[in-house]
Design a binder for this molecule. Structure first.
Ligand SMILES: [Zn+2]
Length: 425
């Protein structure tokens, strides 16, 4: 029997409405009752001054395997997750081959089992080869163990096809996640359509291109009576649409990535490709609206859209560079620093809830709680620790982060998966 006691930490477990300084016992990889604290122990962890939270979940990452292991592997991505305080990550299907079939899902699960130090949960594609033309075998994907379907990076343009996907997913009680981008409105847009796109002569990606698909998803969620989750919301107008629909009881939700809170399109003026992402960085007005959406619960999930790219891929002209930046090792620090400390938009307990209870509910995961008997996935957080981001210390194989040199307040200091410490500061 292996017993671990985490002593004197402030346990914040939103699933059980618990916020108190206490000891937490882990026996044989599971959360154990308090009575076990007095029992035999093999390890004791001093958590004085630290937050003891359920293991954090990042519901939107790209681990790049199979197919792009020069950017990231499931093994390195999992290490980056652990270093960021995450015990569970949900990986997107835009790999090569695309995760649109049971054998690729089986390969990802085997690879994760063999190499990953955190829980890796695959999603499957909505359409074959993420081409938006023909549905993937959604029932077989569900049986293969995907936690959701999404064409992330792409967006199904045909509304009737999307309707059939949502109805198909409902039959298997499978969540639908959507990258919201209207191809006709966005065209070859690279950056937020506004002041800076005009000044720099870069093709604009209008906010309406996101809003049009958010609106489509609201209509389909109502029509199909099934939940649709809108990924990486970037525009003020999208926040308003989701807010209004949720008030009416429509099964719609949205998520927020750190760069859409920490940065605006002003950053693109030196054509630095680490500020190029999809959807793009938007205006201060959009950033303010997103923070309000987080504050009032309209946007319920925090995640990274961790998108590793090799140096040689990002070190090209702005219009040639791929979209996306790293996220796993900086997101918790950025959100703690901006949402909790600097702008005081949400309390610490809500931030933890948005990284645990909310994604677990959306994806129907048995995770995100410190309930007795639950798998002992635990994140220890020092909410006041000031630290400086250094890309040379990243566990990720890639280095494409615009946050190098930023000083942030708050970070994870220990990550425990199934009772085993997989990372420690
Ligand atoms: Zn996306």
């Amino acid at each position: 029997m292996s017993t671990i006691i985490i002593r004197n930490g402030r346990i914040i477990d939103p699933a059980n409405k618990r916020d108190e300084v206490a000891d937490l016992a882990i026996v044989n990889g599971k959360i154990a009752p308090k009575s076990e604290v007095r029992g035999q122990k093999s390890e004791e962890i001093d958590a004085k001054g630290l937050i003891v939270a359920p293991g954090l979940i990042d519901s939107h990452v790209h681990l790049r395997e199979p197919g792009f292991s020069h950017k990231e592997t499931i093994e390195s991505g999992a290490r980056a997750a652990a270093a960021g305080g995450f015990t569970t990550v949900v990986c997107m299907p835009n790999t090569s081959p695309v995760a649109d079939n049971p054998s690729t899902i089986a390969w990802i699960k085997d690879r994760a089992e063999a190499t990953a130090c955190v829980n890796v949960l695959p999603t499957g594609a909505i359409t074959k080869n993420i081409a938006g033309e023909e549905l993937a075998p959604i029932g077989s994907l569900a049986k293969a163990g995907v936690v959701a379907i999404t064409d992330d990076g792409h967006c199904v343009q045909n509304h009737e096809l999307m309707r059939r996907a949502v109805e198909y997913a409902r039959m298997f009680d499978l969540p639908v996640l959507d990258h919201c981008q209207d191809y006709d409105l966005v065209g070859s847009g690279l950056v937020h359509e506004g002041h800076w796109s005009t000044l720099l002569g870069l093709p604009g990606w209008p906010a309406a291109g996101e809003q049009a698909i958010v609106m489509r998803n609201i209509l389909l969620a109502e029509l199909c009576q099934h939940h649709i989750h809108c990924q990486h919301i970037s525009a003020a107008g999208s926040v308003s649409l989701i807010r209004e629909a949720r008030t009416k009881g429509v099964k719609i939700s949205g998520e927020v990535c750190p760069h859409h809170v920490a940065l605006t399109d002003e950053s693109i003026q030196n054509f630095e490709t680490n500020y190029k992402m999809n959807p793009p960085l938007r205006s201060q007005r959009d950033v303010d609206a997103i923070m309000e959406g987080v504050a009032d619960g309209t946007l319920s999930i925090l995640c990274s859209d961790h998108a590793p790219h090799a140096h040689f891929e990002k070190e090209v002209e702005f219009d040639m560079a791929p979209f996306g930046i790293l996220g796993l090792e900086t997101e918790l620090g950025i959100f703690l620093d901006l949402l909790v400390h600097k702008h005081r938009k949400i309390p610490l307990s809500r931030l933890i809830e948005m990284y645990t209870v909310e994604p677990a509910r959306l994806l129907k995961l048995e995770a995100g709680t410190l309930s007795i008997g639950a798998k002992a996935d635990v994140t220890l957080i020092d909410p006041d620790l000031e630290w400086t981001v250094n890309i040379d210390h990243f566990q990720s194989l890639s280095r494409n982060s615009p946050f190098h040199g930023w000083t942030l307040k708050g970070r994870a200091v220990r990550t425990i998966v199934g009772g085993k410490t997989v990372w420690q500061l």
